[in-house]
Design a binder for this molecule. Structure first.
Ligand code: PLP
Length: 421
């Protein structure tokens, strides 16, 4: 099974090659050349690990990684993913029980598992807050990988900053004098100028990488089958999204034949995609800063994958909806839900707001982070303390170490060469 570029000008490549390359040769993003088709009767076991193996062995057919697939999945899915029902119409898929308490642990740990530890590699990641922590945690135990995290100076929460800067020598945290978009631009430039990095194997750990986004299809596949089995209906998924990695992953699961009705994308005040659904004009916008900061993206990179999957706007509107949610609505949702006895993070609140507005049957909200990661936003709203899970407490109590750089490629290269080995 091969992967092709969204721009259609690169040779098809297998999974390992796509994973190492990050971007396709023509600058596009890798997408599956075809989607294997599944039906419920293909799965004897209802366990997420078994289902995941059955799905991925099709995508990885002929790839050496298959030999390690059981182990890789064991590590990537080593924590619970509960599907809980809060009320008759509101079900929540809690994706935040991993080591850094955000859904990104699944993709980051899968990616790390795929990386061959017999060679040196240098992992580059731009983060608006959560990605960097998940990637650092996932790669921390790999002996021959060094992680460079670029985050916008002063624009991540104090907890997120801890989570980016607490790891010690194998993870170099760089606070960039600029925005998240600057961080993404510098990482992209680094990949275009690979040879300046003196032959080190560079690896991209953002959701442009197929190795991060493909494993995110697994929990949608599993949860949709479980829901159908328990309730006799295909659920809608409401996904809080910004760069649209998690949104596209849900659509890929639908495309494989899993019982998913609609995929509903919940954005924060960054409204470019909602506007595209209304007008058919794709106009990226400058980033708006919101309470749901991990979704503060003006120009989502995975839009390219969405448009590749749905070149026809009519077809897109049949399967997918997109809504943009204001900060005031995020706040009101957190308060209202807390009165019902459930505390959620600001990102999840975007999706819950949309679910309440639509008020349909059979909806599952993907919950992307533990609310304790966003105490400074959530606690004042609900008027009580949110206890941190044990593994987050450890991070809260750790020491920070990072360096500040200017928002250009030269500054990154200088730090990379200084910190290599
Ligand atoms: C990264 C992140 C998102 C958005 O993920 P996409 O890749 O843009 O879909 C949503 N919520 C949280 C908590 C995140 O960390």
């Amino acid at each position: 099974m091969n992967f092709v570029s969204t721009r259609g000008k690169s040779k098809p490549v297998n999974f390992s090659t796509a994973l190492k390359a990050g971007l396709a040769e023509d600058g596009g993003l890798h997408v599956p050349q075809t989607f294997p088709q599944f039906s419920l009767s293909d799965f004897k076991s209802k366990k997420i690990l078994d289902i995941s193996y059955n799905i991925l062995e099709k995508f990885l057919a002929g790839d050496l990684i298959t030999e390690k697939l059981h182990q890789i999945l064991n590590d990537a899915l080593s924590f619970p993913i509960p599907l809980t029902s809060i009320s008759r119409n509101l079900n929540i898929l809690e994706l935040f029980h991993g080591p850094t308490a955000a859904f990104k642990d699944v993709g980051a740990r899968f990616l790390a598992g795929c990386v061959d530890d017999s060679n040196d590699s240098m992992v580059l990641v731009a983060t608006s807050g959560d990605t960097g922590g998940a990637v650092a945690s996932a790669f921390n135990k790999k002996k021959r990988s060094k992680v460079f995290i670029l985050f916008p100076e002063g624009k991540v929460s104090s907890f997120q900053q801890k989570q980016l800067t607490c790891w010690g020598k194998s993870v170099v945290a760089l606070a960039v004098r600029g925005s998240f978009d600057d961080c993404q631009r510098i990482v992209k430039q680094a990949f275009e100028a690979k040879k300046l990095f003196k032959g080190s194997q560079l690896l991209s750990a953002n959701s442009i990488n197929i190795g991060r986004i493909l494993p995110q299809t697994l929990y949608y596949a599993w949860a949709s089958m479980k829901y159908l089995n328990d309730h006799g209906a295909n659920p809608d998924f409401i996904v809080p999204t910004g760069n649209m990695g998690n949104g596209v992953a849900a659509l890929w699961a639908k495309k494989m034949g899993f019982p998913i009705a609609k995929v509903i994308l919940a954005f924060n005040a960054n409204g470019a995609v909602e506007e595209y659904f209304q007008t058919g004009d794709w106009k990226p916008r400058p980033t708006v800063y919101t309470l749901a900061n991990a979704m503060d993206v003006g120009k989502p990179s995975n839009m390219e994958r969405l448009l590749h999957l749905y070149p026809d706007l009519k077809q897109l509107r049949q399967d997918v909806e997109a809504y943009s949610v204001k900060d005031s609505e995020i706040k009101n949702t957190i308060i209202a839900l807390s009165k019902e006895g459930y505390v959620c993070c600001p990102h999840t609140a975007c999706a819950i707001h949309v679910s309440k507005k639509l008020s349909r049957h059979h909806m599952i909200v993907a919950s992307t982070a533990h609310p304790a990661k966003f105490k400074s936003v959530v606690e004042p709203l609900i008027g009580k303390e949110i206890p941190s899970p044990a593994h987050l407490k450890q991070i809260e109590n750790s020491k920070e170490s990072f360096e500040v750089i200017n928002a250009n490629l030269e500054s990154l290269i200088e730090k990379v060469l200084k910190n290599a080995n």
